[in-house]
Structure formats: structure tokens, C-alpha cells
Design a protein around this ligand. Sequence first.
Ligand SMILES: [Zn+2]
Length: 156
Amino acid sequence: MWRRRSGIDGRTLARRLGCNKQGFSPNHKGTLGQEKKPRPSAREGCKATILVKMEKTGKWVVTRFEKEHNHPLMITANGFNTTGDKDKKIEELTMELAHQEQLCSAYREKLFAFINNVEKQTEELSSKIEVIVDNIRKLEAERQRFTHRSAGSLGL
Ligand SMILES: [Zn+2]
């Protein structure tokens, strides 16, 4: 993996993640004049690469993204390319999924309980608000009556 570091504080400023077939194998060409067959895993000059760099703001940005490989892609990571491992992985993922679904329904129940609670509180609140509005109306009527009476007594 290639990276560029800051000369000041040694922070990583840029990073390139390339395909493991990027570049050419050092023994791709016969060094002593004899032709060597490249190994299947040899580097093939693949240009697939992601180039990221850190901006002055501290945000990482992708400056270059080359997604085209010049070779077929093979799943070799973590050795999950054998059938037994794959089955095991699928089993693990299935179990994980079931677990997530359980969690999900638990959350759903909690959410419904919460919503019910909110609805109940909203009802209570709206009945309280009705009372307040009612009181305000009464006060308003009272005030108007008072104003009229004052105006009347002043001969207006
Ligand atoms: Zn590649």
C-alpha cells in the first residue's frame, strides 16, 4: 500500500489502494535473456486503483477511481473460496440475519409502545389545551365586557 505523509507532522495525506495485479512482476520479463512464464498470480499491469487524499479541511476525497481491471476478478480474500468455508460463512450470515430480525422485532415492539405512549400523551395534552383555550375565551369575553363597561361609563 502506498501513502504519502505530511513532512510536518507525519500524518497520512494521500493513499492509493491498488489491485494486487497492478504493476508488473519483477520477473515478468526474463532478466537473463531466457523467457519466463509469468505465474498465474503475477502482477499483470492492472490499472484498477483508488486514489484518495486528505484536503486541508481534514476531509478525505477520492481523487482518482479506476474501476476497470484488465483481468477476471477472483474471490481469494480470507480463503472463502472453498465450498466448505463458503457454506460455513452462509450459515454464519443466516444466523446473524435471524439474530438481527429478532432484534428488529424487539425494537419494533418498543417503537410501537413508544408511539402508543406518545399518542396517549398527545390526547391528554390536547384535552389540557382545550381547557386552556376555554379559559382564554372566558378571559377574553370578560375583558371585552369590562372594556365595554369602561367605555360606557366614560360616555364613549
Ligand atoms: Zn485488477
